[in-house]
Design a protein around this ligand. Structure first.
Ligand code: AMP
Length: 440
């Protein structure tokens, strides 16, 4: 039977064991913060997550509690370290350690701390013996890797906390190196104050697998270096003119233009070339030789604009891309952040411009809501169109009345439910191989 305190505490509705609820009551958390409410169930479902949440949001407990819950669920634990938490500084590692100690008080799990400035030999012992959870800074952990790289072969959960800060502090390679030596079937969570950081998006592409995104901060939070604009267009032809204008008149070193399909990419390429723009084309059906040739031209600046599909641009890591144009709105928020992550490298400034016609309005406002952010409206004087947005918008930002017109037929609704049921059945099953990382 649950104790009265655990029944009353809303944390008990998040699927946490009573030993954790008792500890939560003791530390005095009464109501889960938004990142905890969304994050804890998602972690327990086994999802890889990309989460934007800042210090002060309760993010530490948002990953510690489900990490501990997973350990409880798989007890008795055989094998080595099950959870690894990487964070940028000793101080943060210490804070996470303290919170972990409090929250795991009524469990038998042991936690080790691996940071610079402490005794190396004792840490070696900590890595080899008994600990279920390791909290570490990347630099010191890599020093331990010089002796052995097998510590995390049984790892269930890798957590990268304050990933944006780790990248800013130059830990990108260290984090990737550590991730490469972790069990490939693990679950991975990436926390960052901002998703508006191209390094974070690129890291997410490398270490996460089919991740869900929990965006609690707006993209402008943190040290955002990507300005996001939106230009309304009347129709397809208007968009073509806007694109040509932008590629001819914007101030940029390298521009990357996204199209949703290969055919659209080819059309844009041909139209832009005809307008005298130095442009390249990259799509999934090009052979490797052509692809390499285009990439070299783009990298060397022989062409300063590249038209690409999502698939072709995946993992593209080229310096100096400071303009990303979405000719077509991407189909969802995750695609959007992957696209914009091609610009704003390190401390560079980047601009993204979405060309939006009336049929894409709801998609655009859905992405704004997903990102918790409004795009900056921009008008190109020379090409001002007549579409100024829907006459009436709902609280959600979508066009009022548009839903009724586009209500899907009943059959489609049934199909959707079926897919969800299938998804549910797959929860907890062994995950697909980590192909992205394998390809590295
Ligand atoms: P963090 O964002 O993890 O650095 O947490 C910031 C502070 O909020 C820490 O001092 C936590 O102890 C505290 N905290 C975390 N979750 C809760 C909660 N649900 N209710 C009250 N305080 C919390």
């Amino acid at each position: 039977m649950q104790s009265l305190a655990s029944i009353k505490n809303p944390f008990s509705r998040l699927g946490l064991d009573k030993s954790l609820i008792t500890a939560i009551n003791e530390v005095g958390f009464q109501i889960p913060t938004p990142v905890q409410k969304q994050g804890i169930p998602a972690v327990l479902e086994g999802k890889d997550l990309l989460v934007s949440a800042e210090t002060g949001s309760g993010k530490t407990a948002a990953f510690l509690l489900p990490a501990l819950q997973q350990l409880i669920a798989s007890s008795p634990i055989t094998g080595g370290i099950a959870v690894l938490i990487l964070c940028p500084t000793r101080e943060l590692a210490q804070q996470i350690y303290e919170q972990c100690r409090l929250l795991s008080k009524y469990t038998t799990f042991k936690t080790g701390l691996i940071t610079g400035g402490s005794d190396f030999k004792r840490q070696q012992f900590s890595l080899i013996n008994e600990n279920n959870i390791i909290i570490a800074t990347p630099g010191r952990l890599l020093e331990h890797f010089e002796l052995n790289t097998d510590y995390f072969q049984d790892l269930n959960l890798l957590i990268l906390d304050e990933a944006d800060r780790m990248l800013d502090m130059g830990f990108s390679d260290a984090v990737l190196e550590i991730a490469r030596h972790c069990n490939r079937d693990r679950q991975t969570l990436l926390f960052s104050a901002t998703l508006n950081h191209s390094g974070v998006i690129r890291m997410a592409e490398k270490v996460l697998n089919n991740q869900a995104v929990i965006a609690l901060n707006t993209l402008q939070d943190g040290h955002g270096n990507i300005t996001q604009q939106l230009v309304l267009a009347d129709d397809h032809d208007h968009k073509l003119k806007l694109l040509a204008w932008l590629l001819l008149n914007e101030n940029f070193d390298k521009a990357l233009v996204f199209a949703n399909t290969r055919l659209r990419a080819i059309e844009l390429y041909e139209t832009m070339r005809a307008s005298g723009i130095r442009v390249g084309l990259l799509h999934g059906e090009m052979d490797q030789k052509d692809r390499n040739r285009v990439m070299a031209l783009y990298r060397d600046g022989v062409v300063n604009s590249l038209i690409a599909t999502d698939l072709a641009a995946r993992g593209l890591d080229i310096k100096g891309i400071n303009l990303v144009i979405n000719f077509d709105m991407p189909r969802n928020g995750i695609s959007y952040i992957h696209r914009i992550g091609r610009t704003g490298r390190a401390d560079d400034q980047g601009i993204t411009i979405a060309l939006v016609k009336h049929t894409e309005w709801n998609l655009m406002s859905g992405i704004e809501r997903f990102l918790n952010q409004k795009f900056i409206r921009r008008t190109i004087k020379e090409l001002e169109g007549s579409f100024k947005g829907p006459k009436k918008v709902k609280g959600s930002g979508k066009a009022a009345g548009s839903k009724d017109k586009k209500e899907p037929p009943k059959k489609a609704a049934v199909k959707k439910v079926k897919v969800r049921e299938r998804d549910k059945k797959n929860v907890g099953k062994r995950r697909a191989p980590r192909t992205k990382q394998d390809a590295e």
